[in-house]
Design a protein around this ligand. Structure first.
Ligand code: SF4
Ligand code: SF4
Length: 381
């Protein structure tokens, strides 16, 4: 395993994301403890020293499981433990303590190494900021209950910048970043902005939830095959990140022992600057080929929002683009029907046209919303 510095701590370049453990009875709440423990044992024996959990993972059971595991193996002080404040659940100041104390109890610890304000977006950010979240964080740090404070993020670059600028004591942030998501959410611009502001960046979704690890569409497969150096898709995507000196750690949510072993093998060989110019060019070509599959390119800037009818324009178009790029209809459908409430789905569009006047990409939003709904709406019974 290789190690880099994150907020001054020596962390393994591969962190274990605990939101995709193997499960029993197809129920997210029932973690297959035997298999999950084996995977964690293997990862830790091979040098992984960072575990990332959060309040909602596995229906609230990830924190319980991680807490039990660390206690059973007597590992708490040998592992960097990260968990997150569920920012979207905060309604009043007292909620900060309420959720944090619950988390300490579930994790069977009295401190958290890396504490993140979870999945910040414009709305949750505004609420917790108004409730004085920074004062609360600093109090917890002074008490020794939080060692490092940061945030994870799911919104536009504009909001990302606003959050970075609002506080000069951020130590780290966590963003979705990989060779495909350069303009998605915080994206490459956000990555560079954080680095410029001395905020360490933890990378999440390095494989886009597994999309970059599976066999790609034919024209993209050919690009990989024509390149003389052969790697697995996952290995290539991870190396693209570790190649950068400003990526201290990336998190992988692993479901099978095979994923753990493969990722550890990749991490053993990863070094800054390991990719040749030619290989970097190949990633650019692959990205271009994926983008060529798209009928439009929404950058999730959100200038078109809010829609007066509440249509979740950028998220819907994002899920549709995902379907077109990766040929992954089932996943896109599950996102559309799982994450977009009925009242915010594309069929609520009244075609007022307001959004289209604001879109810098001049996307025919109305047309593509209709198409998205037609393709992604779960089959009616
Ligand atoms: S055209 Fe549809 S999506 Fe766009 S702002 Fe009007 S109602 Fe909302
Ligand atoms: S549809 Fe246009 S304005 Fe709306 S998020 Fe996408 S690129 Fe931005």
């Amino acid at each position: 395993m290789q190690y880099r510095k994150l907020c001054g701590e020596k962390v393994s370049i591969l962190g274990f994301g605990t939101m995709r453990f193997p499960i029993l009875d197809k129920n997210q709440k029932f973690i297959d403890a035997e298999k999950a423990e084996e995977m964690l044992d293997y990862a830790i024996e091979n040098g992984v020293n960072y575990l990332d959990t959060a309040q909602p993972y596995h229906g609230g059971e990830s924190e319980n499981f991680v807490g039990r595991y660390l206690k059973k193996r007597n590992l708490r002080d040998k592992i960097f433990l990260a968990t997150k404040l569920p920012a979207w659940l905060i309604k009043e100041e007292a909620d900060f303590d309420k959720y944090f104390n619950e988390q300490l109890k579930k994790l069977q610890t009295n401190y958290i190494d890396f504490y993140l304000l979870h999945a910040l977006n414009a709305r949750s950010w505004k609420t917790i900021n108004n409730l004085g979240v920074f004062n609360w964080c600093e109090k917890k740090k002074a008490e020794g209950k939080i060692k490092h404070i940061g945030f994870s993020f799911h919104d536009s670059y504009k909001v990302f910048k606003e959050i970075v600028d609002a506080y000069d004591k951020w130590e780290f942030c966590q963003i979705q970043y990989n060779y495909m998501d350069l303009t998605f959410q915080a994206g490459e611009k956000g990555f560079k902005y954080a680095v410029k502001n001395n905020i360490d960046v933890i990378v999440m979704e390095p494989l886009r939830g597994g999309q970059l690890a599976k066999e790609p569409p034919k024209e993209i497969e050919e690009l990989w095959q024509n390149f003389p150096l052969k790697r697995s898709y996952a290995d290539g995507a991870l190396r693209w990140l570790w190649n950068k000196k400003d990526v201290p750690i990336l998190l992988s949510g692993m479901t099978l022992m095979q994923h753990v072993k493969e990722n550890i093998e990749s991490a053993k060989k990863a070094e800054v600057g390991i990719l040749s110019e030619k290989e970097i060019k190949l990633f650019k070509e692959v990205r271009k080929a994926y983008i060529k599959r798209l009928p439009f390119m929404c950058t999730t800037c959100k200038y078109c929002e809010p829609c007066p009818q509440g249509v979740a324009i950028s998220s819907i178009l994002g899920f549709y683009m995902m379907y077109r790029m990766y040929d992954d209809l089932e996943r896109s459908k599950s996102f559309y029907n799982g994450f977009i409430k009925e009242q915010n789905q594309a069929d609520k569009c009244t075609e007022c046209g307001e959004c289209m006047l604001k879109c810098p990409q001049q996307i025919e939003i109305i047309k593509w919303l209709k198409e998205s709904h037609k393709v992604l709406k779960k089959d009616q019974k």
